[in-house]
Structure formats: structure tokens, C-alpha cells
Ligand binder design. Structure first.
Ligand code: LLP
Length: 454
């Protein structure tokens, strides 16, 4: 449960991933929750609900802390990349670029958003385990670094790239490192669809050396997401340094070492992830040590945070509607969104924290279950959660929804997607307008012969 503690001033203001609520959250004199200087209930009334709200201060602070920590703890060059799968929008791409971040994209849609948002092609890496010819071509034309994930990528690039303009490549391999996170979001163990098997890496490196259209400049591995341990990344640095040595022996000029993302965040009080600085320090020292032990020059260090940059900058405001009391069992409070705007609880059984935006500190609590409005019994956002007594019409904020919510949203039950606003210093700006039911019909085509004539 989110009690008054979440708003104590001694929260970690440098590492938004260690706080449930955005770092600019405050309770005003009338005991209402404000974020970025804006009262949340006023935002809900103006923009409607559900509403995604982003705190600019949290987002910029997370970016700055990654950059400052890399500068402090890594003696070589570095470039952090925003894993835009966490939340891809023009506004977020523009903001992270202005903070000095590059970006990781996995589709033409994410690439286009990043480029239009002002991220330079040379600061983008393009991932994916099944990239199409058109996607690769688009990335190549825009000078994006392409992460070779498999032989299919190589075959397609043979057609696309030329000796005159070699494709800039990074090689992704599976490092064979286990970490304790949900099995759907683990990628570094050997049974993974991503990247080359470690046993194939040598032959692929040799093969790439024979192509005049290929310029291999980096190595990549990613071990998973929402990770609280740091040991897997220490192990990863060793495995990557071994591969870096091998690639150099084969004659590649590798300059970039990309250790992926994965730093976890605080969704509920029990979560205790490392801070951004702790994570960067561990990763940096591990890379320095692993390269030193193998007599390798320090590469440019890349990492790809997604969740830890955006999750706790965001929250979702819902309005409470129907209430159903199942005597002796459970009280359901239904909200005006659910699994279409936040599919994580139904997909991964993820836990969240929430509070009433106009009664955030009230400790007179009741056990309730917050249900979504979709036609599925499993559409529950928070199960057996404690809230002050509330009624239909009250606004509820669910925290930590800045990552993997909008980007994984759907129109299930033909429910339009919420709007997104960004708040800071008392100002609010719309960054994604609300979908309307009519928008959902835009791609439908009704063949003439299906039209009933009377
Ligand atoms: N780099 C690569 C290659 C990745 O596959 C991912 C996440 C990241 C970076 C960013 O990881 P992060 O820093 O966000 O942990 N939908 C799931 C998360 C899937 C993560 C997929 N890859 C969820 O909602 O928990």
C-alpha cells in the first residue's frame, strides 16, 4: 500500500527508479496530490481519464543521472541509449536526445518516431530478431547502426548494403547468463530467440570479416529486464570482453560494447532496486576490470535503459465508476481503463501501487480490488489493495506506468487509447492526444457488397 511514506522528502531524488511516485510529487496545502506543480484531479478534469501523466523532472533527472554516473565511473567514452520499446513518442524521443542520449529501436515505427523526434541516425541502434528487408533498408539509409541478430539479417543486408557505403553493424549474441526475473522478459540465457548462440560467434565474426559491405563496430548482449541483482551484469562484462578479444583477433575494429538494459524499478514498497548510479558504477568497473585483464583498450560503453528511465516518471489517472461488493470475499472498484492501457498485470501478474489523488494521505483504509472495464475477469489492475474509502467519481493514480504501458497498449474491446500529458513547473502540455472511437474505424474498409441495402 502507498502510505504517506512515499512522499517523504528524503526519497532518492537522483534515481527516480527507487521511488514509486515521480520525484516532483507533493501534497499541497489542501492535501491533494500534485506532480510537476499540477494538481492531478485538475488534469483529470481538463484532459479526461484515463490519462497518462509524465513528470518532466523525473525523466530528465534519470537521464542526467545515467550520463553523470557514466562520466564519473567510466574512464572511457560512453553513450547511453534509450530503449524506446519502453515508451516511444515524439516528445520522449526529443527529450532524451536533448539530454545527450542515443536510442535503441526495434521496428520501422520506433525508428521513424526517433528520427522525427530529433535523434540522429548515428546515435540509433536497430535491434530485432526478425527484421524485414524494408526495415533494414530504412535503417541503413538513415545511417543507423544495425544489430545483427541472426543469418537472416546478414542475407538481407548483402542485398541492401554496398562497399561504397558499408553498413555499420553490431553483433548480438546470447551470453548464457541467467537472472531472476519473469521468464517472459529474460533474454540472456541460452534458450532465447535473440542473438547468435555463443558457439556460432567465432564463425560469424570470421564470415563478417569477408564482406566489404559490412563494418562491424560493436558487440551487444542483453540479459533481461526488471533485474535487481548486479552480479549478472558483472558476469556479462567478462563474457563480452572475451568476445571483444576474439573479434579483435579476427581483425574487427570494435569500438562499442553494449551491455543492454535491465535495471529494475520500484513498483511496490517491497521493491528495492539499485540506484542508477550504483548500477552504472558496477557495470563500468566490471568492464574496466574485464578489459584490463585481457589487455584490451577501453571500448565506448553503451547501455540501453528503458524502464528505469521512464517507468516512475509516469502515472495513470483513472476515474472510479462502479462498485461491487461480494460479501465476505472482495470489493471491486471498476475504473475507466484497464488491460488495454496497462496489460502488465494480466500478462506478467505485475504489482502496482496507487492512491486517490485527492486523498493521498488518508489512512482510513479499506481493502479493495481495482478492476478494469474490459470483458475479461482477469482484467484487474490491483488486487486486494488498500485505499481510503472512496466513491464513484473519485480519481485514482496508478504509479510506475511510464514504461511498457502505452507501448504495449491495445484497443481491446475497441477502447480508445488515453491521452498523454507532460507536466513540469506548474505547466502541462499534451504530448499524445486521446484516441476517439471514430479513430478506431479509420483503418476499417467495408466492402460495398456487405452494405445492407433496404
Ligand atoms: N535492450 C534490449 C535489447 C531489450 O530487449 C530491452 C528490453 C531493453 C534494452 C530495455 O530493458 P529495460 O531497461 O527496460 O529493462 N514488456 C516487458 C519488458 C520487456 C523488455 C524487453 N526488452 C514488461 O512490461 O515488463
Amino acid at each position: 500500500m502507498l502510505g504517506p511514506k512515499a512522499y517523504e522528502p528524503n526519497r532518492d531524488i537522483y534515481s527516480p527508479n527507487r521511488n514509486i511516485a515521480p520525484i516532483s510529487s507533493e501534497i499541497n496545502e489542501s492535501e491533494k496530490l500534485i506532480v510537476g506543480g499540477c494538481q492531478l484531479s485538475e488534469l483529470a478534469k481538463t484532459y479526461g481519464t484515463p490519462l497518462y501523466v509524465f513528470d518532466e523532472l523525473s525523466l530528465r533527472t534519470a537521464c542526467k543521472t545515467y550520463i553523470d554516473s557514466l562520466n564519473k565511473h567510466y574512464p572511457g567514452d560512453s553513450l547511453p541509449l534509450y530503449a524506446s520499446k519502453a515508451n516511444s513518442s515524439l516528445a520522449i524521443c526529443a527529450l532524451i536526445a536533448s539530454e545527450g542520449f542515443g536510442l535503441d529501436a526495434v521496428s520501422e515505427g520506433e525508428l521513424l518516431t526517433a528520427l522525427k523526434g530529433g535523434v540522429k541516425g548515428e546515435n540509433i541502434v536497430f535491434h530485432g530478431n526478425n527484421k524485414s528487408h524494408d526495415e533494414l533498408n530504412f535503417a541503413y539509409k538513415n545511417n543507423v547502426t544495425i544489430v545483427i541478430d541472426n543469418h537472416h539479417d546478414i542475407e538481407l543486408l548483402k542485398i541492401i548494403a554496398s562497399e561504397k557505403k558499408p553498413a555499420k553493424l553490431m553483433l548480438r549474441f546470447t551470453p548464457g547468463i541467467e537472472c531472476h526475473t519473469h521468464e517472459y522478459i529474460r533474454t540472456g540465457h541460452l534458450d532465447s530467440k535473440f542473438g547468435f548462440d555463443p558457439d556460432d560467434v567465432k564463425s560469424v565474426l570470421e564470415e563478417l570479416k569477408t564482406y566489404d559491405w559490412a563494418k562491424l563496430t560493436g558487440l551487444h548482449a542483453h540479459i533481461g529486464s526488471q533485474i535487481f541483482e548486479v552480479q549478472p551484469h558483472i558476469d556479462l562484462a567478462g563474457v563480452m570482453a572475451d568476445t571483444l578479444k576474439l573479434a579483435k583477433e579476427i581483425g574487427h575494429s570494435i569500438v562499442d560494447l553494449n551491455l543492454g538494459g535491465g535495471l529494475g524499478i520500484k513498483y511496490v514498497q517491497e521493491d528495492n532496486p539499485p540506484s542508477i548510479e550504483e548500477w552504472v558504477e558496477v557495470v563500468s568497473k566490471a568492464v574496466v576490470k574485464a578489459c584490463g585483464e585481457r589487455n584490451l583498450d577501453l571500448p565506448r560503453l553503451m547501455c540501453e535503459p528503458g524502464r528505469s528511465l521512464v517507468a516512475n516518471s509516469g502515472l495513470t489517472i483513472y476515474q472510479i465508476g462502479a462498485k461491487k461488493v461480494v460479501p465476505g470475499i472482495r470489493t471491486y472498484l471498476s475504473v475507466d481503463g484497464g488491460m488495454s492501457d496497462n496489460p502488465r498485470p494480466i500478462t506478467y501478474q505485475s504489482l502496482y501501487s496507487a492512491c486517490l489523488v485527492d486523498k493521498p494521505l488518508n489512512l482510513n483504509l479499506e481493502k479493495v480490488t481495482i478492476a478494469g472495464k474490459h470483458c475479461e475477469s482477469g482484467d484487474v489492475l490491483l488486487k486486494d489493495f488498500y485505499l481510503p474509502s472512496c466513491e464513484s467519481g473519485d480519481f485514482l493514480a496508478v504509479f510506475g506506468t511510464g514504461a511498457y504501458n502505452y507501448s504495449m497498449s491495445s484497443n481491446y474491446n475497441r477502447i480508445p487509447r488515453p491521452a498523454t500529458v507532460i507536466v513540469g513547473e506548474g505547466c502541462v502540455e499534451l504530448t499524445q492526444r486521446r484516441e476517439l472511437p471514430e479513430d478506431l474505424l479509420q483503418l476499417d474498409v467495408l466492402p460495398d457488397r456487405f452494405i445492407t441495402k433496404n
